[in-house]
Design a protein around this ligand. Structure first.
Ligand SMILES: Cc1cc2nc3c(=O)[nH]c(=O)nc-3n(C[C@H](O)[C@H](O)[C@H](O)COP(=O)(O)OP(=O)(O)OC[C@H]3O[C@@H](n4cnc5c(N)ncnc54)[C@H](O)[C@@H]3O)c2cc1C
Length: 429
């Protein structure tokens, strides 16, 4: 059987790795390298990933593959930046740095939270879980930064174990002491010793089966053919796609109007990643941080040199900021870079002349957005593709909030069965 796989991200590679012995597989990738969102890149001896990327999988199957690469372990200690304060994650369990008045407001509004209400959207869920004041100061602004929508406009199906249900004893304890320990669902984060996150994918790459620089521009499901930007085309018996669902009606021929309309409604974020090298040690203090201040565009910043000391030359350090954009937004690269430099100043992370270089790049697909009703639109598109014999896999083929291990498993399962979301660990969005 001739199987064509579209996309050599971790999902496409997962499929290839699982079925190469029983199917004649060719993977077509538009980039010149495999890895998709799990790709790393190097600038002047500094290694960066495509945004934070740490592995916290609990899946044995994913672990078995990732563990073939030598890795380092990290305690999942994240921090938050809010109004000049660096606060251990999660903020709600670390309120001791706030004034007595602020602590009282957060705790009282937590006790008054709207439990028992019907949860119609993420905004309701936040009110019911954290209370009005905490939602207002932390989650509302973080939601705007990360999802580019208001909490009330989002559904709750993506939450899973990603957000904690607060525990009153921990909130109370953390409002008296800063000695609160680590409170994370995942008890460790793993990262390759060398080569950045993409090194985890090395054991999956069967080079003879992957064809690069092949941008898929057409699919004829009646003739079972895939067309490429360079005029080339291939025949398939089985077609597996990790391409973004929202783009499929442009690519697949003769898609019905209702499917095209549903695909047009699907929303997603793009991510600007601003990677900065410093000719100074210890600029980075924490593995990763969430940023709540709305005058700073970045939602998160991670520290490649803490992930692995091999990510920075000796005596240097680095940071990488993530700035999210709705697919409908115009991106101003200069503004993003300027604002990131402002963030460095406001967060008192470095002096201007500590900077060695600033690199900007854009991830064209970051997260799928769970607006209210998205699941219905997604099903319309996926069911149509399934009917046409296209197996969809991965974060954008399944159109779901999958971490790398889940995208891998989606490929390993060949798009035949649903991935149980959150075999991975908890992580704040
Ligand atoms: C900001 C951010 C942070 C993340 N952090 C973590 C983390 O800490 N831990 C974790 O486990 N996961 C993390 N993830 C999730 C992880 O990156 C994804 O789950 C995973 O990489 C998705 O793999 P995929 O193969 O499904 O999709 P992709 O990686 O997007 O692969 C799809 C491939 O298809 C190719 N393609 C697209 N269009 C075409 C076309 N027309 N023709 C041919 N090829 C095409 C693309 O070039 C790409 O290589 C993060 C993701 C983001 C966005």
């Amino acid at each position: 059987m001739d199987t064509v796989v579209l996309g050599a991200g971790i999902a496409g590679l997962g499929y290839l790795n699982s079925y190469a012995e029983c199917e004649n597989i060719r993977v077509y990738e538009k980039d010149s390298r495999p890895g998709g969102l799990c790709k790393s890149f190097t600038i002047n001896g500094f290694t960066f990933d495509s945004a934070v990327h740490l592995s916290f999988t609990k899946s044995e199957a994913a672990r078995e593959l990732f563990d073939k690469t030598q890795f380092t372990r990290h305690e999942p200690i994240a921090y938050n930046f809010y109004n000049g304060k660096y606060i251990k994650h999660p903020v709600i369990n670390n309120l001791s740095c706030f004034s007595p008045e602020e602590r009282c407001e957060y705790i009282e509004s937590f006790l008054d939270r709207s439990t028992g209400i019907e949860i119609a959207n993420y905004g309701d869920w936040l009110l019911g879980s954290y209370g009005r004041a905490f939602k207002r100061d932390f989650y509302d602004c973080y939601t705007r930064k990360y999802w580019r929508m208001e909490a009330d406009e989002l559904s709750t199906t993506w939450i899973g174990k990603r957000l904690q249900n607060p525990d009153f004893h921990k909130i109370l304890m953390g409002s008296f002491t800063s000695d609160t320990g680590i409170d994370y669902y995942a008890n460790e984060m793993r990262y390759p010793v060398e080569g950045g996150y993409e090194a985890f994918l090395d054991p999956l790459i069967k080079r003879d089966h992957i064809i690069y620089n092949k941008d898929v521009v057409g699919i004829d499901t009646a003739k079972k053919e895939v067309f490429f930007h360079d005029g080339d085309h291939v025949h398939y018996d089985k077609l597996v796609s990790s391409l973004p669902l929202c783009r499929m009606p442009e690519i697949v021929r003769n898609v019905p109007e209702n499917v095209t309309e549903a695909a047009k409604r699907l929303k997603y974020t793009k991510v600007s990643i601003v990677s900065i090298g410093f000719h100074k040690l210890n600029i980075a203090k924490h593995l990763w941080m969430y940023i709540y201040d709305e005058d700073i565009m970045a939602a998160r910043v991670n520290s490649p040199g803490i992930k692995s000391s091999n990510n920075v030359p000796a005596g240097y350090s680095s940071l990488q900021f993530e700035i999210y954009h709705g697919d409908w937004e115009k991106i101003n690269r200069e503004e993003v870079i300027e604002n990131t430099l402002y963030a460095l100043r406001k967060m008192k992370l470095c002096q201007k002349d500590d900077i060695e270089f600033v690199d900007y790049r854009l991830l064209p697909f970051g997260n799928v957005i769970f607006y209210n009703g998205m699941e219905n639109d997604r099903d319309i598109v996926r069911n149509y593709l399934k009917k046409e014999g296209i197996h969809t896999i991965g974060r954008f083929g399944e159109w779901d909030y999958l971490w790398s291990d889940q995208s891998l498993l989606s490929g390993v399962h060949g798009g035949q069965c649903e991935v149980s979301v959150s075999e991975g660990g908890e992580k704040q969005p």
